[in-house]
Design a protein around this ligand. Structure first.
Ligand code: CP
Ligand code: NVA
Length: 328
């Protein structure tokens, strides 16, 4: 039997397929409970701190609402001493005395790892430059809801920046779940080779496959087309280069048609540059003359797009992670 009490959630590399399935099943149950209008007390009396070095809409709100739904209290912390006047180790030790669990979003994976090492309480990775594991649980729950196949029969294609946190996190999750996973990106943005080799080893055990290609025709037979922004948080000086490399990899109607699968769905972790009616978007439009980036508005708003179910599932899956690791 699976028991995750006391565990940190830093990367899906640390979890077995059985443990990942356990969290997905728990999320499904918690979602059904919420749909019935039932408030829970699973986290009653727990105090949780959310440490953010980077901006967020979904992750912060998902942690807060998930905590509130089950009776926990939350501190949102963006201006701590950590890394400025106090070491990560000391910060971890202090927060561990106050809180039952710590969420961290920021730049370095080493920071979230160090918080877990020194705090003595479960630490949850809410995104680093290398990984975004809570997002992957939401993505896989969405796949389970919309695709009539077990995960290990799904062809999951990630298109775009193969080197970013989502490219890594999805590859790790897919390898664990025995999926047919493909990264489609320009050679310059192929994922880290060591990670690919490590995940190919995992996939051997689970019956999955990992394919890295720069050929967009390889999306044929995809069940899922997934993309992410071309420039991640902290890389804002790279727009010009990325636009040049990634323009041919835009998810548009032609690419969806290349799957030759009328039931293929579109996913995106969000936020997305499908229309540039945003502050950053307008700047890009003025500078590069682009109207859309990684996905066209047409695909984003099509029937195949499940991005808002996916966003909602952040909350249910994060709730499952907190319940599993704090209560067991
Ligand atoms: N997908 C995601 O992590 O969204 P936020 O950056 O809004 O938290
Ligand atoms: N790759 C994106 C994901 C945002 C959820 C970023 O890191 O900005």
């Amino acid at each position: 039997p699976v028991n995750l009490r006391g565990r940190s959630f830093l990367t899906l590399k640390d979890f077995t397929p059985e443990e990942i399935n356990y969290m997905l099943d728990l999320a499904k149950d918690l979602k059904a409970k919420k749909r019935m209008g039932l408030k829970g007390k699973l986290l009653e009396g727990k105090n949780i701190v959310l440490l953010f070095e980077k901006t967020s809409t979904r992750t912060r709100c998902a942690f807060e609402v998930a905590a509130f739904d089950e009776g926990a209290n939350v501190t949102f912390l963006t201006n701590s001493q950590m890394g400025k006047k106090e070491s990560i180790e000391d910060t971890a030790k202090v927060l561990g005395r106050f809180y039952d669990g710590i969420e961290f979003r920021g730049f370095k994976q080493e920071t979230v790892d160090a918080l877990a090492e020194h705090s003595g309480v479960p630490v949850w990775n809410g995104l680093t430059d290398l990984d975004h594991p809570t997002q992957v649980l939401a993505d896989f729950l969405t796949v389970m809801e919309h695709i009539d196949k077990p995960l290990n029969k799904v062809k999951f294609v990630y298109v775009g920046d193969g080197r970013n946190n989502m490219g890594n996190a999805l590859m790790i999750g897919a390898a664990k779940m025995g999926m047919d996973f493909m990264t489609v990106s320009p050679k310059e943005l192929f994922p880290n080779e060591d990670l690919v080799n490590e995940m190919k080893e995992v996939a051997k055990e689970t019956g999955g496959t990992i394919t890295i290609t720069d050929n967009i025709d390889d999306v044929k037979n995809a069940d899922v087309i997934y993309t992410d922004v071309w420039v991640s948080m902290g890389e804002e000086d790279q727009f010009e280069e990325r636009i040049k490399l990634l323009k041919p990899y835009q998810v548009n109607k032609e690419m969806m048609d290349k799957t030759e699968n009328p039931d293929a769905i579109f996913l995106h972790c969000l936020p997305s540059f499908h229309d540039l009616e945003t502050q950053v978007g307008k700047e890009i439009y003025e500078k590069f003359g682009l109207k859309e980036m990684e996905v066209t508005d047409e695909v984003f708003r099509s029937k195949a797009s499940k991005v808002f179910d996916e966003a909602e599932n952040r909350m249910h899956t994060i709730k499952a992670v907190m319940v599993a690791t704090l209560i067991g």
